[in-house]
Design a protein around this ligand. Structure first.
Ligand code: AMP
Length: 543
């Protein structure tokens, strides 16, 4: 006899909950058409139902995949729930990917329909002929704003929804059915698809809302600057409605000025990669502005510089939550909130801890191992390969025969890390970016963070370059802040304050820009190619 009920963990339950218990919570959105609009969870719920209905009328079947290329707007939230509600899979598409990558992932995922913001129609026009499985393109706007396009078989989103009653039961099924797919921005080889299930997304959202993680509640107003198409949108599309939070959605306008305008609409917590915050902080400083409602800022995707943590906390009174995660982990794996052991430290030591990416919530397990696979101690010193497993961690990439995990279910994150006695994890590198000098490892992240602490440095990337004696030696590529010319000796001095003498880079290379991947991370691979093309070599190597 089954003693307790089965309650299938389907994402549709999340939007049902938001509409029932938090119907009037505001969703403020900068539309792609321009104006800032307001709607509610109740309305998004109704629209999502109409979309599910419409998709079924377009012959969408359970398990079909629908590609979505859209900015963070209220309409995207309708789509976020309308697709899985119809039994289909929401395939998030990053418009910044190269055409070949987009074509690859659309074909690999076998997208049947595309849903696309009106300004991104030209991106689709360029690739559509190479995507034979696409039957229809739904343009996410109303009739009045439909752009001229060479695409055939297009539909207008608002017209499509107007034809539906919204009187519809979500397509039901097992909680282990797929509901979303996101491809990783692999630096080598083809992108790999991570297929989230209803269950993994619900469990992940339940996990990350808890107080030691995002601490979300119905009193919060969340602004995801991180696009919904990056790494499962950092779960905000699920965790905000699950906790009844209100939302502010910035659309496609990513200038500090536009973001500031949206932050001042009562936002209490916001999430993005460090570069967004570096730009915003500069803007606030130069215009003497304050953040009147913001309480917490979640920073992840790449290492958060100490200066950003200090500026947010000391000048603007906003708590930084440094986070680590991966597309393969749905994506949040750790967040740096304060356990009592950390809370009791003096504030400068707390900032030391905030340079780590924090600890895992229930349902995420981590371990670090040495090159021989021996599990390393959590002493904050031993650094090794970082492995993860849990309820929302990948098991198998889309259509790959080989499992993505070892025999005990551990997934190799490709990161190198230390973990301290309180479980705070510090990423020291991607395993392929570690600088190996004389048999010792040097953390490129540590060098970059030290360089960026120099007030004239805008961005920095540390690399290992070939050296006749030491195998590799570190050098640092630097982009100066606009209008400034830092002295390379000062940069080296600044780094020397933070790392051991033998770890200090041997050379400073100035560049106008550092190349980034489509998700905004420094592309070390491209940077290495640039240096190679320039014929760069370590200063000790004579020509
Ligand atoms: P993605 O799947 O594109 O989000 O990339 C995941 C990778 O980003 C991780 O494996 C890390 O290498 C890196 N990453 C994410 N968050 C951080 C962080 N807070 N510090 C350093 N690296 C990070």
């Amino acid at each position: 006899m089954q003693t307790m009920q089965d309650f299938p963990l389907r994402v549709s339950q999340i939007i049902d909950h938001a509409a029932l218990y938090h119907p009037e919570r505001k969703i403020i959105s900068r539309t792609v058409e321009g104006p800032i609009t307001e709607t509610t969870w109740k309305h998004i719920h109704k629209q999502a139902k109409k979309l599910s209905q419409a998709l079924i009328s377009l012959d969408v079947k359970k398990g079909d995949t629908i590609g979505v290329m859209a900015w963070n707007t209220a309409r995207h939230m309708e789509v976020w729930f309308g697709i899985p509600g119809s039994g289909a899979i929401n395939h998030t598409l990053n418009p910044r990917l190269f055409a070949e990558q987009l074509i690859y992932i659309i074909n690999h995922a076998e997208d049947k329909i595309l849903m696309v913001d009106l300004d991104l129609v030209p991106v689709i026009e360029k690739i559509i002929d190479s995507c034979p499985k696409i039957q229809t393109v739904i343009i996410l706007t109303d009739r009045k704003n439909i752009p001229e396009t060479s695409l055939k078989n297009t539909l207008c989103y608002e017209d499509l929804l107007r034809e539906q009653s919204g009187d519809f039961e979500w397509v039901s099924g097992d909680e282990r059915e797929p509901c979303g797919i996101c491809y990783t921005s692999g630096t080598t080889g083809n992108p790999k698809g991570v297929t989230y299930t209803h269950r993994s997304n619900v469990l992940h959202a339940l996990t990350v809302t808890n107080p030691d993680m995002l601490n979300l509640s119905s009193n919060d107003r969340v602004m995801p600057v991180v696009p919904l198409f990056h790494a499962n949108g950092w779960s905000v599309g699920y965790s905000a409605p699950l906790s009844g939070s209100s939302l502010v959605l910035p659309g496609r306008e990513m200038t500090p000025e536009a973001l500031y305008e949206m932050l001042e609409k009562g936002v209490t917590i916001t999430l993005a990669v460090p570069t967004v915050w570096l730009l915003l902080l500069n803007y606030l400083d130069s215009n003497n502005l304050e953040l009147s409602t913001l309480k917490r800022v979640v920073i992840g995707g790449s290492a958060c510089p100490r200066a950003v943590i200090e500026k947010f906390q000391n000048k603007y009174g906003v708590q930084v939550l440094h986070a680590w995660g991966m597309t393969e982990m749905s994506p949040l794996g750790t967040i740096c909130s304060f356990k009592p052991e950390v809370m009791s430290l003096p504030s400068s030591e707390r900032v030391d801890i905030q340079e780590t990416t924090g600890h895992s919530p229930f349902s995420v397990q981590l371990q670090i191992t040495d090159d021989d696979g021996k599990v390393l101690a959590w002493d904050g010193k031993a650094s090794g390969k970082l492995w993860a497993r849990g309820a929302a961690v990948v098991n198998n990439y889309h259509k790959e025969d080989k499992l993505a995990v070892d025999k005990d279910g551990w997934f190799d994150t490709g990161d190198v890390a230390t973990i301290d006695k309180n479980g705070y994890m510090r990423i020291t590198d991607r395993s392929k970016d570690v600088i190996k000098s004389g048999g010792e490892w040097i953390s490129s992240i540590e060098l970059e963070n030290a360089a960026i602490a120099h007030d004239k440095v805008a961005e920095a990337a540390a690399l290992g370059v070939a050296h006749p004696k030491w195998d590799e030696r570190p050098v640092i590529v630097v982009v100066s802040k606009e209008g400034s010319k830092p002295d390379p000796k000062d940069i080296i001095k600044k780094i020397s304050e933070r790392v051991a003498k033998w770890q200090v880079p041997d050379d400073v290379i100035f560049m106008d820009n550092i190349p980034h991947t489509a998700t905004g991370k420094i592309s070390k691979m491209e940077l290495r190619n640039i240096l190679k093309d320039l014929g760069y070599h370590h200063p000790d190597i004579k020509k």
